[in-house]
Design a protein around this ligand. Structure first.
Ligand code: BG6
Length: 489
């Protein structure tokens, strides 16, 4: 270990993701002493830049958010000294070979490990992987490649991408990121569920009435329309982020927490699901809205979006798992941009207490008396459980109150960014939080038919005002399955 070195090559170093997430996460890991003793960071992109210019660019992305008191700027200087740049074309074996030579110089004869982070558009994934693996892979250590979605647009294109990558890499070298798996509360799901007696036995159709996975953002596509319009919200959020959370939520108990054991269970539950039906989907698109004298643009006002685009910026869906544990339980998803708030959460609505002595106290609305477990993924992380309680006083009056685990109040330590956890795992070869190719295939199998149908039938999205709660269709969809959205009621 001491005699090995890790080089992290950020391909597409001047892009948005690199600046916003990758460099800051690497610095945070360095700051926390989590990176190996010998490491270097290499930016690779087409534009000409010197090492000094790269450092300057990177330094503007770094913050001392972790521990403001101590020697942060000193640490920054040390980190930046280990950042370098190589300019090259994405399809040039020659340029990658030059990079390889530079890497070798830095490795100084130690065992060489190389982690390529592809922070580039998907149409050049294969070219880059080809050049990197032929001309810049490690001769005596490991070579790993991190890729980000989009992994294709549907089952076929995703399978084609996997086939292409596997001409140059084996499955174990491919680290497919879904950054939601790096989020603290998503990682906590298994702990909550499997280590608590008050939850573990309740986790089935016997006690759970429905589960809701909710994602909303209070801003639109803002300049990302070019990418977004080709994918839409179902591919951007549901097929990956929300479905991954669902898989962790609903999987059977894995044999262990080893990557293969966990991923085997995730694949199993995904393969037990029925492909999403058109009748179980509602799509929406935001339109412009004026509030307090400010006009918020419609999706199609975005210059990068084609006029008249029908691409959904909102979708709600009801999915079902065909197994003994979950038969008949609706798993609802809702995802949208330009809504009234920014939130990601899981809501678990439990069944009614049979023969509840107190039913009369709730009048006709029994749903108000059911327990609900809310796992707030972000922002303001927390877990709370709605329970019935007697309002203090002489009368027998009940209301629903929260047992509340509020992270900010309970834990003083700042929650690491998802990319920190995932980068560290990739460096350490821990694959549990990365998507295996059979998981990806199973995820696409669930959404591909309905995506094709929506496009072929040119299904009109329901328009909703920027900043609203989204189309009412989502409400009717839930109601058809006897569900009320927990974030609205
Ligand atoms: C990305 C999507 O995967 O996740 C974006 O492409 C979305 O559209 C983003 O904004 C949300 O991530 P986070 O971590 O900010 O919730």
């Amino acid at each position: 270990e001491h005699d090995s070195t890790v080089s992290i090559i950020v391909v597409g170093a001047s892009g948005d993701l690199a600046k916003k997430k990758i460099f800051p996460a690497l610095f945070a890991l360095y700051y926390e002493d989590c990176l190996p003793k010998h490491f270097t960071v290499f930016g690779y992109a087409r534009s000409k830049m010197t090492d000094a210019e790269l450092r300057d660019m990177v330094s503007r992305t770094l913050t001392c958010r972790i521990d403001k008191r101590e020697n942060c700027s000193e640490k920054m200087e040390q980190f930046l000294k280990r950042c370098f740049y190589h300019s090259g074309q994405y399809d040039s074996e020659k340029n990658f070979a030059e990079l390889g030579t530079k890497l070798r110089d830095h490795e100084g004869g130690r065992v060489s490990n190389r982690l390529f982070y592809l922070s580039i558009p998907p149409n050049i994934f294969t070219e880059v992987v080809k050049c990197a693996s032929n001309s810049a892979s490690s001769a005596n250590g490991w070579t790993r490649v991190i890729v980000e979605k989009p992994f294709g647009r549907d089952a076929e294109s995703s399978a084609a991408l996997t086939r292409d990558l596997k001409q140059y890499l084996v499955e174990d070298q491919i680290f497919r990121i879904d950054h939601y798996l790096g989020k603290e509360l998503v990682e906590n799901l298994s702990v909550l569920r499997f280590s608590n007696l008050i939850f573990e036995p309740l986790w089935s159709r016997q006690y759970i009435r429905n589960v809701q996975f909710i994602f909303s953002e209070d801003f639109g596509t803002e300049g990302r329309g070019g990418y977004f319009d080709n994918y839409g919200i179902i591919r951007d959020i549901m097929q990956n982020h929300l479905l991954q959370i669902l898989a962790l939520f609903a999987m059977e108990t894995p044999v262990s927490l080893d990557a293969e054991d966990v991923r085997n269970e995730k694949v199993k539950v995904l393969r037990s699901m029925k492909p999403l039906q058109l009748e179980n989907v509602v799509v929406g698109q935001y339109k412009s809205h004026t509030k307090g004298g400010v006009t918020y643009p419609a999706y199609t006002d975005d210059k990068t979006v084609p006029k008249g685009s029908l691409t959904p910026t909102f979708a709600a869906a009801a999915l079902f798992i065909n197994n003994a544990r979950w038969d008949g339980v609706p798993f609802l998803m809702k995802a949208g941009k330009a809504l009234h708030s920014k939130i990601a959460e899981i809501r678990v609505q439990f069944r009614h207490v049979p023969g509840n002595l107190f039913n009369r106290s709730f009048g006709t609305d029994l749903d108000r008396a059911t327990n609900e477990l809310v796992i707030r993924v972000q922002p303001d992380e927390g877990i709370y459980l709605k329970i019935n309680n007697k309002v203090p006083g002489l009368a027998m009056r009940l209301d629903r109150s929260n047992l509340n685990l509020h992270y900010a109040a309970r834990y003083s330590k700042e929650i690491p960014d998802a990319y920190e956890r995932l980068l560290l795992d990739a460096i350490e070869g821990e694959r549990r939080l990365f998507i295996r190719s059979d998981e990806l295939d199973a995820a696409w199998a669930l959404f591909t038919p309905v995506l094709k149908e929506l496009e072929e039938k040119k299904v009109m999205p329901e328009f909703y005002p920027y900043g609203s709660r989204g189309p009412v269709g989502a409400h009717y969809l839930a109601a058809r399955h006897n569900v009320q959205w927990g974030d609205i009621s």
